[in-house]
Design a protein around this ligand. Structure first.
Ligand code: FAQ
Length: 319
């Protein structure tokens, strides 16, 4: 087959919603885009363990602690599925970690904000996992097979995470005045960063058009942001909390909520590394990598030993 017919075959698969698999021919830019998106997604899951990890020892009850511990572990698992999916495209895990540690690869802006009170655990589950699900359910139908399959399991777990977060917020919102204030304060601080998570507006999103053509993305950043706002405003009303946006108004004609102006300067500032916790997050990940060197060395030595033993056995049998 010529490159031209390889390309045609690829295009037909995309147009007919047939998944692209690791051994299939794919354009270089499709591969690069997937490596960028999947590895950044993986980094987000791993860095995303840190803000909530900060509260495991301070959870208000044994039940809350067990649930939070399980949730943070789930995020670690999501990172691992995603690193594996990215590896099928020809990048190694070491290369991906290196890109994270040297600041070449991004991770989600949201994880550069601090978790100041217990209510932030509720706000993260409700809003951050809620936004993650809105973005990831369509990724279950993304055009690259290994990424789509990883997303199916991830979404099931994210759905539990969202509910546990909403349940924390509900308990606080129905609690004492102080608890209600904590819930409102967490919503005030996490609302705008959560809606920024969907990425820049469509007219300033360099990757969306091509990713939509390749069916990597099924909805644009603004479409997903709007869906998230529409469902979340109703959830806030149900528990008596107020979304911190005076311009939020139901638009009968559009059938959607209108919302206020997002501070895109803040978003880009955080993406560039100047958010409240960027430095701390990266330092923590680098330290974990360095301190884990002995585990990697031990695993490698063990696998070499096993291989040598197997080969010895084979030689003995042959003799
Ligand atoms: N933060 O042209 P676009 C989670 C970058 S998982 C930082 O629109 P694209 C689970 C973007 O990379 C959360 N950077 O790009 C959890 C690009 O830069 P590049 C992560 C951002 O790829 C919950 C540039 O801006 N989810 O939360 C952000 O078409 C709780 C231009 O942007 C995913 O990664 C941002 N928010 O669309 C864990 C989902 N937004 O790479 C623990 C998969 C954009 O060219 C606790 N990813 N940028 O240098 C996606 O769906 C897409 O990659 C988007 C961005 C929608 C994030």
């Amino acid at each position: 087959m010529t490159v031209h017919s390889f390309q045609q075959h690829f295009d037909e698969k995309i147009d007919n919603d047939v998944a692209i698999e690791p051994r299939d021919w794919m354009p270089d830019d499709y591969r690069k885009t997937l490596i960028r998106q999947i590895s950044q997604h993986a980094h987000s899951e791993i860095v995303g363990m840190l803000p909530e990890g900060n509260w495991i020892t301070r959870a208000p009850s044994l039940r809350r602690k067990a649930v939070l511990l399980a949730k943070v572990q789930d995020e670690g698992g999501h990172g691992l599925y995603l690193y594996s999916a990215a590896e099928t495209l020809g990048i190694t895990r070491d290369e991906m970690y290196d890109q994270l540690h040297t600041g070449k690869a991004k991770y989600s802006s949201i994880f550069n904000y601090p978790t100041l009170t217990w209510a932030d655990m509720g706000a993260i589950g409700w809003l951050v996992d809620g936004a993650a699900i809105m973005n990831q359910v369509p990724l279950c139908r993304t055009s690259y097979g290994p990424y789509a399959r990883a997303m199916v399991r991830v979404c099931k777990e994210e759905s539990f995470h969202q509910r546990q977060g909403y349940e924390i917020m509900m308990a606080l919102a129905n609690g004492t005045d102080v608890q209600k204030k904590l819930a409102q304060d967490a919503l005030n601080r996490w609302w705008w960063p959560s809606i920024m998570m969907f990425g820049p507006p469509d007219d300033n999103s360099p990757n969306t058009a091509q990713s939509m053509r390749w069916r990597i993305k099924r909805f644009t950043n603004d479409e997903l942001r709007q869906k998230f706002i529409d469902v979340t405003v109703e959830q806030a009303k149900l528990i008596g909390l107020t979304i911190p946006d005076p311009d939020l108004k139901w638009n009968e004609e559009r059938g959607h909520y209108d919302y206020g102006t997002i501070d895109w300067n803040e978003f880009w500032d955080v993406v560039k590394g100047n958010g409240p916790c960027n430095k701390e997050r990266l330092e923590t990940r680098k330290k974990a990598w360095e301190e884990g060197a002995w585990v990697r060395d031990a695993a490698l030595a063990y696998s070499k030993k096993r291989k040598a033993r197997k080969e010895n056995k084979k030689d003995n049998l042959a003799a």
